[in-house]
Design a protein around this ligand. Structure first.
Ligand code: FAD
Length: 317
């Protein structure tokens, strides 16, 4: 069996779900080693990583790993690639993860695959490219395969690893210190799951009609324990904050269930959601392009359909 490095994503010392997914995936391919970048690895976090398959946890606890923007994480991984010769490196296909992957590929003279939605034997990756318009199978042909995997691609499953913690000293280059983090502003964590990681997303578009009307979308999301998303038409109109935009210039989501209400299904919106496992569209226009993509469609006014759906789901709780 061969070692596979998995870069840990964490918030305030809490391991994010996508990391557990990557460990589960890595366990199906080899022996996962989790890489903790920065201070704050607790016993509980190490135990969690072991629970989901990490045989080793490399702890690069130096503060400077997180004092600078992205580059130190790529240098840390490059150092581990040189020292441990892993069979592959997996990172989350988040904005930061993809940047780390690209930088690491340059540093290690390796090939990189981003937006993978699955990885099989021989590190052959199913990759969603051109804004989600095309799916291809890809394999890194040079160096160490570096693969950025989308959140929600693998259901996380506990499968205990040894979880041996190994301290790692990092020697950062001056180049890695080129951009310093000057402030971190904590976003209010609402009761809803994080959009990119949520198993269910309920999104509203221009058909919602106003900022106030987004309460209808939020109501359904809360009934389902889902995250709320929005089309660009809705965010540009100021009805919902831009950080919730789904699509080519917004977030990419790959949930189990995506409900699009009052969204036409423009190519730029599809780019961010078409790898969702099940897509439900609610639109009053039976010709709306979103219905070409949807597994289930409801032709109707969302202001009638969505509250009825919410009520029905609430009744069944
Ligand atoms: P519309 O296309 O106006 O569709 C509204 C839909 O709501 C219609 O189908 C209508 O039938 C339906 N509707 C109206 N009222 C009701 C009702 N009461 N009940 C039910 N249905 C109703 N868009 C994104 O979403 N994300 C992106 O990241 C993104 N990036 C872009 C990048 C570029 C470079 C460009 C050029 C565009 C981008 N866009 C993006 C914009 C995209 O092209 C579309 O304009 C946008 O997705 C349309 O949003 P919409 O579906 O909400 O609105």
């Amino acid at each position: 069996m061969s070692e596979i490095l998995v870069l840990v994503e964490q918030v305030d010392g809490e391991v994010k779900k996508v990391t557990l997914e990557l460990l589960t995936l890595a366990k199906s391919l080899g022996e996962p080693s989790a890489v903790w970048a920065g201070p704050g690895l607790s016993d509980a976090a190490a135990a969690k990583l072991a629970e989901y398959g990490a045989d080793k946890v490399y702890n690069a606890a130096a503060q400077e790993v997180v004092d600078y923007v992205v580059a130190p994480k790529a240098e840390l991984l490059a150092q581990l690639v040189a020292d441990k010769s892993p069979a592959a490196v997996l990172v989350a296909a988040t904005a930061e993860g993809k940047e780390v992957a690209g930088r690491l590929a340059v540093k290690t003279d390796s090939g990189v695959i981003t937006d993978a939605v699955g990885v099989g034997e021989g590190f052959v990756a199913d990759q969603s490219i051109f804004g989600g318009g095309v799916n291809v199978r890809s394999k890194v042909a040079k160096g160490t395969p570096i693969i950025a995997v989308r959140p929600n691609s693998t259901p996380p499953a506990p499968n205990a690893g040894a979880g041996a913690v190994e301290e790692v000293a990092v020697a950062l280059s001056e180049a890695a210190k080129a951009a310093r983090v000057v402030e971190r502003v904590k976003q209010e964590k609402g009761a809803r799951p994080e959009l990119a990681e949520a198993a269910i997303v309920v999104s509203g578009g221009r058909g919602v009609g106003s900022a106030e009307n987004f309460s209808v979308i939020e109501g359904l999301a809360d009934a389902l324990g889902a995250a709320v998303g929005a089309s660009r038409a809705a965010t540009d109109a100021g009805w919902y904050p831009h950080q919730f935009q789904v699509g080519q210039t917004g977030k990419t989501v790959s949930p189990q269930l995506y409900i699009a209400a009052g969204i036409s299904g423009a190519i730029q919106h599809r780019a961010g959601m078409q790898t969702a496992k099940t897509i439900v569209a609610i639109n009053k226009d039976p010709e709306a392009p979103i219905f070409e993509l949807a597994d289930y469609g409801v032709v109707g006014d969302l202001h009638q359909v969505v509250p009825q759906l919410t009520e029905e789901i609430d009744k069944r709780k």
